[in-house]
Each structure stands twice: as C-alpha cells, then as structure tokens.
Design a protein around this ligand. Structure first.
Ligand code: UT7
Length: 335
C-alpha cells in the first residue's frame, strides 16, 4: 500500500466485542418523566430507546465484558496482551478503571490506563494504541470505549436526557510488519468552545481547618448547548474526513462504511450527504442505544462485524466528536 514502509510495523484488526446493560429505557418511558414524546425524540434524533446501567453494571464491568468478547474473536493467549486502553469519561474509579479490567481479564502482562476525551475518546484511544504498535513498543492491544452517562444526566432536562445511554465496545488490534490497515488519522481540539458541552465538577467549598479551604469532590450533571454542538458536528466532521481522505489519496466512493460517533441521525445523514456517501453505507444503531459516548464507535463496529456487514478488507472512514470540544477521524481497513 502507498505510503507504507514495510520495515515499520502496521496495525491489523483482529477482533471486536461489545456489551450493553439489560435495562431498556424507551422514549415512551422517558415521556413519563419529562415533557417530551416518542414522535419528537425520533424525528429530532432518530433514537427510540437506550440502555441504562443498573448499579452492578459499572464501566469496569461493561468494559471487561466487551473486552472479553473481543479477545474471544482472536486466538490470543490473554497473557500475550501488552496494552489495554480504556476510553471513558465515567470511570468506576477516578484513579482509573483500566487496571481493574486488566485484573479481571487476567492480562497480567498488559499495562492498562484510562484516557478521557468524551465522545472522541474511543477514536483517540485507538490512535494512541496504534502508535505504540506502529512504533514497535507493543504487539497486542485491547482498546475499549465504555461510558455510563446515565449517572451524570440531568433526568429532568428534556433537552439532553433523551440523547444518552450506557454501553461498551472493544477492539483487539495487533502489530504486523506485513501491511498496515490503520491507513491514517487526524485529531483536533478546540477548548475555546468547551463550554458547549460539560460535565463539570461541583463548586462545593469545604474547609479543612481555619483559612484552608478545599473543593469537595463530585460532579454536576451534564450541561449541553445542543444547537451549538450540532452546528459544530455538521461543520467539522465532514471537513476532517475530507481532509483525511485527500491526504491518504482516497475518494469517498472507495469508502465501504462511514462509521460516525452515534450522536444524532440528522448529524449522520448530513455528514454523509456532504461527503457524497450514500445512506446504505452509513452505519447506524443509535435507534437502539442512543449516544453511549466513548462506546458508540466500537459498539456499532462490533454489531456490523458480527452480522457480516463489515467484511475483510472493507474500508471504514470513522469520526468521533464531542465535548472538549474534540474531534478526530481515522481511515482503516478491516482485518
Ligand atoms: O456527543 C455529542 C453529544 N451532543 C449532541 O450530539 C447534541 C447535538 N444536538 C442535537 O442533537 C440537537 O440539538 C438536539 C436533539 C439536542 C435538539 O434538537 P434541536 O432540533 O436542536 O432542538 P432545539 O434545541 O432547537 O429545540 C427546539 C424546540 C424548543 O422549543 P421552542 O423553544 O421552539 O418552543 C425546545 O424547547 O424543541 C423543544 N425541545 C423539546 N421538545 C420536546 C427540546 N427538547 C425537547 C424534547 N421534547 N425532549
């Protein structure tokens, strides 16, 4: 393949996995809680229902189950995994949930850490892990996206609570010196627009002793300016994908699948139109799961791999975008 020096390592995709919690929150059920309707939510977002974690289904549990199903698709001995990166904004332990997943898997030789970039998190984690593989530091990696935003949604705010759900997805990737299926990527951040979407810490002042105060831990619910996030997504996502395709010398008609962060069906349709990628090539499962943040991309990828829509050597253009604001794109070949 063009641009690849075969003296270096490339990345190959070996497995995918996912997990969603059992509780199903339909639009009808949400409309018992806030002033909304199934018709409004479906027409504005494409979402019909989402999964909600019970108290047992935390990010460690969901991420572990997704990782295990991805590993089962490979023929790997778990002890040969070198790296586990967990993309999450809602860790079960703020010090990091990836180490607990490593322990539960028995991946005793893997280094494991969390990475936070909200809805761009999985893409950023995949790019991060790929660099370790391409650089020759590690051979086998598990990249997980898992989030439990239901714990941080304001369930009285109809403008945001309708969007989010919980879940996890994972990919198993391996270094190879024969080819490179991680064709290219790009990443962007604009903290100047960060106030459009936040999960901020509470301004809750405590006092330790006289004259020494401190900030109590804890977070306020998600605050979102939906219209601004929408405008950001429909502008920046096509731009970054177009730029990446051009850089890697691909045309959009060579793309088999457009796999975007599952935020809103109208965003998916708009980006597809702009890139001239027909609707049947746009992967979408947000009707069933809503926006699961860092989990959407691997959750969708696993579904499409398992039902054989994504086949060996298919070209996938993917983009994550969201809070930060952060966004990114990657061009990959499955297999
Ligand atoms: O990972 C990134 C996460 N965030 C996003 O992806 C958010 C991107 N933004 C969006 O998806 C859309 O902006 C929303 C789905 C959040 C909202 O859709 P919209 O078409 O931008 O609606 P809007 O905010 O312009 O609101 C239109 C109307 C308003 O009423 P008025 O002022 O016109 O009377 C809202 O009060 O719809 C009302 N509204 C609702 N009505 C029924 C807002 N939320 C609801 C609701 N049910 N849930």
């Amino acid at each position: 393949m063009e641009g690849i020096n075969f003296n270096q390592y490339g990345v190959t995709f070996k497995g995918s996995g996912s997990y969603v919690p059992g509780q199903i929150l339909t639009n009808q059920k949400i409309s018992q809680k806030v002033d909304t309707s199934n018709e409004w939510i479906q027409s504005r977002t494409g979402i019909s229902e989402r999964r909600i974690s019970s108290v047992e289904d935390n990010v460690t549990e969901m991420g572990y189950k997704a990782a295990l199903t991805a590993i089962e698709m490979t023929n790997w001995d778990i002890k040969t995994i070198d790296l586990i990166v967990l993309a999450t904004s809602t860790p079960h332990d703020l010090f990091g949930s990836a180490p607990s997943i490593q322990a539960k898997l028995g991946a005793t030789n893997a280094v494991a850490f969390d990475l936070t970039a909200a809805c761009s998190g999985f893409l950023f984690a995949l790019i991060t892990a790929s660099q370790f593989l391409k650089g020759g530091s590690f051979k086998r990696a598990i990249v997980i996206g898992a989030d439990q935003l239901s714990s941080f949604v304001d369930w009285n705010d109809r403008r945001s609570c309708i969007l989010f759900g919980d879940g996890a997805g994972a990919l198993a990737i391996e270094a190879t010196n024969e080819f490179d299926n991680f064709i290219g990527f790009d990443m962007r951040t604009d903290g100047g627009r960060g106030s459009f979407l936040n999960l901020p810490s509470k301004k809750n002042k405590g006092s330790i002793v006289d004259e020494i105060d401190f900030l109590n831990g804890g977070f306020s619910p998600i605050q979102m300016n939906g219209q601004e996030v929408y405008k950001f997504a429909v502008k920046e996502v096509p731009l970054i994908l177009e730029k990446l395709l051009k850089k890697m010398k691909y045309n959009s008609d060579q793309v088999d699948w457009l796999l975007l962060h599952q935020a809103n069906q109208r965003i998916l349709d708009s980006v597809g139109e702009r890139l001239k990628i027909p609707r049947e090539k746009i992967l979408s499962n947000l009707e069933k799961y809503g926006n699961t943040s860092a989990a959407t991309i691997p959750l969708m990828m696993d579904e499409a791999v398992r039902d054989c829509r994504i086949k060996q050597n298919d070209i996938i253009a993917t983009s994550g975008f969201g809070a930060g604001l952060s966004w990114g794109a990657a061009l990959i070949k499955w297999g």
